[in-house]
Write a protein that binds this ligand. Structure first.
Ligand code: ADP
Length: 275
């Protein structure tokens, strides 16, 4: 079953120019998909169409098998959690625990069940030692981890990361990318991540490349990175690990290109063990 499906979606903000042009895509349940594209290519608009914040001009949106319409938009949205770009804009509570509790209260979860849920989700994102901390005193990466914990507490089927690492330092970025990887391991959550970070793209299962409101490429990260020249024309880069592995391959040190640092290290370790 597909968690998200768009069928021939077109959308215009001004009823004149289509910023999304006949886009069809399918995101299977439990999968990890990244959407990349330069600024203005339509990534955020697609996310807004999926959660029903915008209504398409033509085409259909399906979430967890249900066609999105005016009547079921709130029900459909309850399946989805979103981690936004700015970590500072997502806090309501005065402590991390309060913040996670807020969503649970809204979902009428009983008080006696709350503490266990809060502790569990905080642990899942490695923030169990910060439950009494003020969110404002946390680093950007920690704030995003709390935002993820708040979403996990709601047990969504789908989490959308909307440029969630773009305001973070490299360490924060790496920690959120690791969190996303961990979430994906369990396969019970579908992950859709809109990102500029090619290191994150490399760790996803499926990549959709958008340009001027159209899907121009989609496939496995390696299939996309092989189209380096096409990516360059769209001002998109390939990850460091891919470039590095290409050099190693050229020097005949390794046989195949890879796209994550972990894979480069594995290849080099294999070599070392053969020497
Ligand atoms: P991305 O997320 O890839 O940067 P967007 O989805 O934000 O792209 O934007 C796609 C296109 O829609 C761009 O041309 C942008 O200028 C336009 N756009 C985005 N939001 C609005 C809006 N609220 N009103 C009018 N045009 C918009």
């Amino acid at each position: 079953m597909n968690a998200i499906e768009l069928s021939h979606i077109s959308f215009s903000y001004d009823n004149q120019v289509d910023v999304i042009k006949d886009v069809s895509l399918a995101i299977p349940k439990g999968s990890y998909t990244t959407i990349v594209g330069q600024n203005g290519s339509g990534k955020s608009t697609i996310a807004k169409l999926i959660i029903g914040l915008l209504a398409s001009k033509s085409g259909k949106v399906y979430v967890m098998g249900k066609e999105l319409n005016e009547e079921n938009v709130y029900d459909v949205r309850s399946h989805i959690g979103i981690v936004f770009q700015n970590p500072d804009n997502q806090f309501i509570g005065s402590t991390v625990a309060d913040d996670i509790a807020f969503g649970l209260e809204n979902h009428c979860v009983k008080q006696e069940k709350m503490q266990a849920i809060i502790e569990d989700v905080a642990k899942r994102v490695g923030m169990q030692d910060f439950l009494n901390s003020e969110p404002t005193k946390l680093s950007g990466g920690q704030k995003q981890r709390v935002a993820i914990a708040g979403i996990l507490a709601m047990e969504p089927d789908i989490i959308i990361f909307d440029e969630s690492t773009s305001m973070l330092d490299p360490q924060g970025k790496a920690s959120i990318n690791q969190q996303i990887k961990n979430l994906h391991k369990h396969k019970n959550i579908t992950i859709l991540s809109i990102t500029h970070d090619m290191e994150e793209v490399a760790q996803s299962e499926h990549v959709i490349v958008l340009n001027s409101g159209k899907i121009v490429m989609e496939g496995k990260p390696m299939d996309i990175f092989k189209q380096e020249e096409v990516l360059k024309q769209m001002k998109l880069d390939v990850p460091f690990a891919y470039r590095f592995s290409k050099k190693l391959k050229k020097e005949k040190i390794i046989d195949d290109c890879v796209c994550t640092l972990e894979e480069v290290v594995n290849q080099l370790c294999q070599l070392k063990s053969m020497i």
